[in-house]
Structure formats: C-alpha cells, structure tokens
Design a protein around this ligand. Structure first.
Ligand code: FES
Length: 90
C-alpha cells in the first residue's frame, strides 16, 4: 500500500467548527490501522473557511467534514486500493 497523507486544517475557523473533534477521531482511527503507511499533518488556514471544517485526504479536499461521516471517509481513503491489493483481514 502506498503512503497516504491526511492533512487537517488547524486554522482557527476550522478548528472551532469541528476539526478539534475531527483531529481526535483521526488520531484514534490511526491507532487502529495496521499495515498502512499514514502521515497526519496539520495545515494553516486553507482559505476555505466558509466551507469548513476542511480536511485533505491525499490531494482531495473534503469540505464540511463532520464527525459522523469522517470515519467512513477515512476508511474509504485508507483502503481505496483494497480491490487491487490483498491487505489482509478486512
Ligand atoms: S481555517 Fe480552515 S480553511 Fe480557513
């Protein structure tokens, strides 16, 4: 599996609009993922505040990310190659 990058906007608007909670969800999710090369980074304001909170999964910008659908987004992103590779026990 190739390296995957998760970039969460830590600007004040996104942080207060939900990325504070989303960050914890991502950190908890990463603890339970085996065999994937994942890199979590924070970013300054991405100038999309009105559409925040925003998170990049790879190069793809996700807007208005809420804690209810974030786990599904992460799962889809982390295992998007599943159909082509044997990643073990899913
Ligand atoms: S604070 Fe996240 S886009 Fe501005």
């Amino acid at each position: 599996m190739e390296n995957k990058k998760i970039t969460i906007c830590m600007g004040s608007s996104c942080f207060s609009r939900g990325n504070k909670d989303n960050l914890k969800i991502i950190q908890d999710y990463l603890k339970g993922v085996d065999g994937a090369e994942l890199l979590l980074t924070g970013a300054l304001c991405q100038e999309k505040c009105s559409q925040g909170p925003v998170i990049f999964l790879g190069e793809t910008l996700h807007k208005e990310v809420n804690p209810d659908h974030l786990p599904d987004l992460l799962q889809a992103y982390v295992y998007e190659d599943l159909g082509r590779e044997d990643t073990g026990s899913l």
